[in-house]
Design a protein around this ligand. Sequence first.
Ligand code: URC
Length: 305
Amino acid sequence: MTDVTVSLGANKYGKAENRVVRIYRDTPRHEIVDLNVTSQLRGQAFSDSFLTGDNSLIVATDTQKNTAFAFAKEVGIPSPEEYLLALGEHFVSEFDWVEGGLWQAEQYEWERITAGGRPHDHSFVRRGQATRLAAVQKADGATHVIGGIRDLTVLKSSGSAFTGFPRDKYTTLVETDDRIMATSVTGRWRFLPDAVAAGFDYNALYTEVVDVMLEVFASVHSLALQQTLFAMGKAVIEARPEIAEVRFAMPNKHHFVYDLSPFGLDNPNEVFYAADRPYGLIEGTIARDGAAPAPEAWLDIPQFV
Ligand SMILES: O=c1[nH]c(=O)c2[nH]c(=O)[nH]c2[nH]1
């Protein structure tokens, strides 16, 4: 028998998916912020817990959970990014053996219900459009902030073509200069480390980035989803000097023209079969020239889903 030795590699631990809902009720017109928060810590000091079960330096995942809820009151949630920055700063300063960590949030958005012809003060309906993403990573003494979005589902019923691709004996796809293009955008944008000062309006930036993405999706005459992806990232970086890099994953949600000829009907791009799988999966990174490349910390965050 050969002696096998092992060592502990990369690790982090914490509490995942804390469903933190903060209501601002200082006036009769309430505000709601609804987050799904994950907190994870890193540090050499945690090795002993993995290796021998010595928990003397383990900040319990239960404590991380409690802190996430307490900070929703103590700090508030002006934006998911600012809330995560405060959480991260707390853990590295409260416990000097915490070297870094990853704090992530998904935000579920609500809009006011219109009742009696006006927006209600304290009744909301979930906005189904998309989920906002935020992440803060502390590593090697640096802090990285990443914003994002998941499941922004968009469709254009014209203005999309796909032609000019190579053909071999397995190619059956018919070239088209008029097809439906639909996708569900997941994107993350990394902020330049020094571009964002305290009090920065992350919410306004998020709104603007989404608007820019939608505008480009609608207005670019698409020759490929790849081209649309790049154009969307380029426009986001051009619109906001704070953003170093955008990463996208875009499933191509195929809509196939349904053959109605057996029923004596023609179908000039009017009736489609929306296939849910398989789907094309187009992924890409668009980076600002001259910006510092992505730190390893950014690579640690799940990019493509
Ligand atoms: O926009 C597209 N990009 C592709 O790479 C591709 N491949 C395919 O079959 N359809 C499409 N559409």
